[in-house]
Design a protein around this ligand. Structure first.
Ligand code: NDP
Ligand code: 2IT
Length: 454
């Protein structure tokens, strides 16, 4: 009954959103796991909650003209997808990457709704960004792009309306330029963005939060089997914000990270990436804006493997290990990669990236019985500390690092408990995918019913 209803809703969503494969993938994964909830709750069907939650409340698309260092004018497309304000103001990051288009941001905004609900903080879901490629651009070019982007975006956001933050290609430098421009236009110093500098309204631990949170979530999953991260060999992909702080926390907890990657390929360091090497990578990536292949020139015992264009599998995931922390981008673990991870002995996967595993891969992980923490739950630490940054901005206070870190750990623990409980309540103990989707959904669906918007 409920399953044929979900199928027919998915058919309509597919027909109404052509050319948006990532969005349809994200919606399908969530909605197919909600069948047991819809069996029990007729009221969600009657209020057309599924139909609503796949339709953004508002989408803003705008033109972003900017001048390069040679005086040439460029045009990019800017977006903000305001998906849901049911439990709080729209909240979610901005992505600057050449692959950005409406469908990609709709998938990310859709995921954000459930993730934000899981944090227990009052935040709705959104995502935005542009197809602007910051690679190879000077600081001046990035600044002019950010200023032009904010010159339109400012009228659609605000501390009580929509609070953007970073994502791929948007870090401290970009948030600084975006905030500076917002302030010049509005003459208001408010918490309109998160990820701000710690001496101008930002929260301690926000840069670290996503990576630290993913590791805390892995710790919680391992604890259900009486195990810890001590001595575990860990595969980490990406080498940006999430990957760097994943490695930092793994080292603090006795783990052994051995890989990092970027779009050019990956490095494998059989000796392990220690604190000194991580410091070098942070300098390479955050200051010199270099490529991960340079690692092997500095540390010649490591190997670099170039990315295979259009390859069906990434050899990074065939390296024997105990844990995997995909922290680069969507669909970076294919079905073949998931099979390699399982064959290589991995027993924990904690997703730092959003939707890094393809549906085939998810299926294999769930069938294998390994501890699989989907992004919505495992990477919620970033937006959770963004929520804590909003609280600090509102009370015009800054909490000490120790307090923020303790709250982050508590939030990740609570997410784990909620997700586990939802999976059990609906008959699939240990299935974190189902647990995360159901726990996030029920909270938002009940808010929609309470607010009686029909
Ligand atoms: P960064 O821009 O700091 O780093 C992204 C990393 O991933 C880079 O190493 C980049 O390599 C690599 N990457 C990006 N796109 C691709 C691609 N198409 N193919 C191969 N590698 C790629 O971003 P973040 O670390 O912030 O984000 C990483 C992931 O984590 C994303 O999925 C993001 O949505 C998710 N996330 C981020 C949060 C945050 O707080 N920042 C919170 C929750 C999730 P290259 O430099 O070559 O492009
Ligand atoms: O995907 C994500 O959760 C983020 N990029 C962080 C969003 C935020 O508002 O901190």
């Amino acid at each position: 009954m409920a399953s044929s209803y979900v199928d027919s809703v998915l058919d309509d969503i597919e027909a109404n959103n052509p050319g948006e494969p990532e969005f349809l993938q994200a919606v399908r994964e969530v909605y197919t796991s909600l069948v047991p909830v819809l069996e029990r709750h007729k009221e969600y069907r009657e209020a057309k909650i599924l139909e609503r939650m796949a339709e953004p409340e508002r989408v803003i698309i705008f033109r972003v003209p900017w001048l390069d260092d040679g005086g040439v004018i460029h045009l990019n497309r800017g977006y903000r997808v305001q998906m849901s304000s049911s439990i709080g103001p729209y909240k979610g990051g901005l992505r600057f990457h050449p692959t950005v288009y409406l469908g990609l941001l709709k998938f990310l905004a859709f995921e954000q709704v459930y993730k934000n609900a899981l944090t227990g903080l009052p935040m709705g879901g959104a995502k935005g960004g542009s197809n602007f490629d910051p690679k190879g651009r000077s600081d001046g070019e990035v600044r002019r792009f950010c200023q032009s982007f904010m010159t339109e975006l400012y009228r659609h956001i605000g501390q009580f309306t929509d609070i953007p933050a970073g994502d791929i290609g948007v870090g401290a430098r970009e948030i600084g330029a975006l905030f500076g421009q917002y302030k010049r236009i509005t003459n208001q110093f408010t918490g309109v963005l998160t990820g701000k500098g710690p001496n101008w309204g930002g929260s301690h631990i926000r840069p670290e939060a996503t990576g630290y949170g993913a590791v805390y979530f892995a710790q919680e999953m391992l604890a259900t089997r009486g195990d810890t991260l001590e001595g575990k060999t860990c595969l980490v992909s990406g080498s940006g914000n999430v990957a760097q702080y994943t490695v930092e926390k793994l080292l603090a907890l006795g783990g052994r990270p051995v890989t990092l990657s970027d779009s050019g390929g990956f490095i494998h360091d059989p000796d392990g990436i220690d604190e000194e090497k991580l410091g070098w990578v942070m300098q390479l990536k955050n200051e010199r804006r270099g490529r991960i292949r340079e690692y092997v020139e500095k540390y010649p015992r490591a190997v670099f493997v170039a990315a295979g264009a259009g390859a069906e599998a990434n050899p990074l995931w065939s390296i024997p290990a105990d844990c995997a922390f995909p922290s680069a981008t969507q669909n970076e673990i294919t079905g073949k990669d998931a099979a390699s991870l399982i064959a290589g002995g991995v027993t924990v996967v904690a997703e730092g990236a959003n939707m890094p595993t393809t549906p085939d891969g998810v299926h294999l992980f769930l069938a294998s019985g390994l501890l699989y923490g989907p992004g919505k739950a495992a990477n919620a630490g970033g937006v959770a500390v963004s929520g804590l940054e909003m609280s600090q901005d509102s009370e015009r206070l800054q909490w000490p690092r120790e307090r923020v870190d303790a709250e982050l750990q508590q939030i990740m623990r609570t997410i784990h408990t909620q997700v586990t409980a939802a999976a059990e309540e609906y008959g699939n103990p240990g299935n974190y995918v189902m647990g995360a989707n159901i726990a996030g959904f029920v909270k938002v669906a009940d808010a929609i019913l309470d607010e009686q918007i029909w």
